[in-house]
Design a protein around this ligand. Structure first.
Ligand SMILES: C[S@@+](CC[C@H](N)C(=O)[O-])C[C@H]1O[C@@H](n2cnc3c(N)ncnc32)[C@H](O)[C@@H]1O
Length: 111
């Protein structure tokens, strides 16, 4: 199991990160707007954003991300899109009203 897979396997039930809480408080209900979760890991913040009414594009390079997020979210979700590839392979992000990157950009590893 990779370093990040092991890390993320232990994150699915922790409280929502304070930075994400603050961003969600500042931006208000998602109301169908789009948020991007860069380096989504286990999807804890992705799940919180979905619950607040956001469409979420969840992004991470870990191969098990799709399965891990569906466990956290409780299955598939019509407002969720998961993209599995490295940041370095991204040429653009979708138009979004909120871009959240929790402990991911400073910790990125090359894929
Ligand atoms: C410290 S974890 C943070 C995960 C989550 N945001 C959280 O707060 O628990 C860093 C995440 O960034 C992802 N990551 C690392 N390097 C990456 C890269 N080059 N491209 C995309 N994701 C990457 C890892 O797979 C991991 O899920």
């Amino acid at each position: 199991m990779s370093h990040w897979a092991l890390y993320n396997s232990r994150q699915s039930t922790r409280p929502i990160r304070e930075l994400c809480r603050q961003a969600m408080a500042l931006t208000g209900p998602g109301a169908g707007r789009t948020a991007v979760d860069l380096g989504c890991g286990a999807g804890r913040e992705t799940a919180a954003l979905l619950a607040a009414g956001w469409r979420v594009v969840a992004h991470d390079s870990e191969p098990g991300t799709q399965l891990r997020i569906s466990r956290t979210v409780g299955g598939t979700h019509e407002r969720l899109r998961v993209r599995v590839c490295g940041f370095e392979d991204l040429s653009e992000l979708p138009p979004a009203d909120l871009i959240y990157a929790g402990y991911s950009l400073p910790h990125q590893s090359s894929t």
